[in-house]
Design a protein around this ligand. Structure first.
Ligand SMILES: [Zn+2]
Length: 459
């Protein structure tokens, strides 16, 4: 789609997250043909003309955020139904997901996209939850976000209902999915391989899928966890750990993204770093799910080894919110507490994971993740005319510690203004909200998966 030129003029601060990590006070950005063509001081760009000029003097401008693990299928219509004392809701989660119809998934995906972009997310990776990509394509197109999609496959029994196929069928389905979808929506849609996890996929399946990915130059993501019990399980089958098992199969490497990755020991971190494998961590899911970040979280060590670490919000029934600013906040604060050391994960590092590093982790580091000439124009403008932005001395500290997605005022993706002064035009939000509420009622009635509304009497 041809875009007119756009100038973001004299922003209070532009946090570029570029090579030098420059923060430009009174900064301007020129966007032409969907890319950033110039960025610098307002005076340096005084001569730059554009079809539209946005007065940015009250704004802090950042690169758009990347959400590296975000199930957008089933959860919105039943968000919040699981009581805290239920323990793991996983078996209900997958049963609800399997029960979604095409039309329901279209609406719930649209709502997820609305929530994501309203909070400044420009790119998400859905780890194989979407069952009806044909139906959802229109939602992705209308919302304008970048989407990395795949079909979850397994060929082994799982403790919960997942799509299961014969090994060679699962490989063939993965190849067909990638061939059909990769590069659509003017390149905003990428298709990856998404075997669910090493426990639900045979070695033959994982290796077959990795071959498909290497031949096509695309990516692969899977759920991954370790820890002392997992290492013992794998040792009984001849591998040192889940991570070294994947390395021995040839599944790790720069095209592979492991999700969650809690419980890694030093040898496994070595293995991830040595192979150039990327990782998405979901800090709010880890905290809310009582995963023991103090014992199992190794984010600082992974970052210290140069691993590309992205952040994810997981699902509207894990993190519950889809706000990457809050995820960055959690990443920054939870390791300080877990290690009893305030130097862990500085605000700047949290912002890198949400932008530059996250983009690199999902294979888009050349294209997005920073405000630099030549990159695609994915930009977020935060409105500082709000109490939580006061007083403003250090914009990165304010962004990570004081604010959240509420002050996202304008979002630009590929040079197109998708959220404009808090408004979007791709969906009738009020109607969508009631549609999704109705879907939730139908889904609970159909599956029988329902819980008391609250621990308190609803009268
Ligand atoms: Zn997941």
């Amino acid at each position: 789609m041809a875009q007119g030129s756009l100038k973001i003029d004299r922003a209070r601060y532009v946090i570029t997250v570029d090579e030098q990590r420059r923060i430009i006070r009174d900064g301007s950005i020129l966007i032409e043909a969907g890319r950033i063509s110039r960025v610098g001081l307002g005076d340096e760009l005084a001569d730059a003309r554009a079809d539209r000029v946005i007065d940015a003097r009250d704004f802090v401008v950042t690169p758009g955020f990347v959400n590296g693990h975000m199930h957008i299928s089933y959860a919105h219509p039943v968000r919040g139904i699981f009581p805290d004392d239920l323990g793991s809701p996983l078996k209900h989660v997958f049963a609800l997901q399997m029960a979604m119809t095409e039309e329901e998934e279209y609406h719930t995906s649209l709502l997820a996209l609305l929530e994501l972009v309203s909070n400044g997310t420009v790119c998400l990776l859905d780890p194989g939850s979407t069952k009806f990509p044909d139906a959802c394509l229109q939602a992705y197109e209308d919302a304008g976000l970048r989407v990395i999609l795949g079909e979850a496959v397994t060929d082994r029994d799982a403790p919960f209902p997942l799509p299961r196929h014969a090994t060679k069928d699962a490989v063939a389905r993965t190849a067909a999915f990638i061939d059909k979808w990769n590069g659509r929506l003017e390149g905003r849609l990428r298709a990856w391989a998404m075997p669910f996890s090493p426990e639900t996929c045979s070695a033959e399946l994982l290796q077959g899928i990795k071959r498909v990915v290497d031949e096509r130059g695309t990516g692969l993501t899977l759920h991954h966890g370790s820890g002392s019990q997992a290492r013992r399980d794998y040792q009984s089958r001849g591998a040192k750990s889940p991570t070294e098992y994947l390395e021995a199969l040839g599944v790790l490497g720069p095209r592979t993204l492991l999700a969650h990755a809690l419980g890694l020991d030093d040898a496994e971190i070595d293995c991830v770093a040595r192979t150039g494998t990327a990782i998405t961590m979901c800090p709010v899911t880890a905290a809310k799910g009582a995963r023991g970040v103090g014992e199992h979280g190794r984010m600082p060590e992974l970052l210290a080894r140069g691993v590309r670490v992205a952040l994810g919000c997981d699902s509207p029934n894990n993190s519950n919110h889809l706000d990457l600013v809050r995820a960055m906040n959690m990443a920054a604060i939870q390791y300080k507490d877990a290690r009893q050391d305030m130097r862990q994960i500085p605000a700047e590092t949290a912002l890198e994971m949400g932008t530059r590093l996250g983009a690199a982790a999902v294979g888009l580091g050349e294209e997005i993740g920073a405000i630099e000439a030549g990159k695609r124009a994915d930009v977020v403008m935060f409105d500082t005319r709000r109490p939580e932005w006061q007083a403003l001395w250090n914009p990165v500290s304010n962004l990570i510690y004081n604010t959240d997605g509420r002050s996202v005022h304008t979002v630009i993706i590929d040079g197109r203004v998708v959220v404009d002064g808090y408004r979007q035009t791709f969906v009738d939000a009020a109607r969508l909200f009631s549609t999704v509420q109705e879907i939730g009622e139908r889904l609970q009635a159909r599956t029988g998966i329902t819980f008391p509304r609250s621990r308190w009497p609803v009268v």
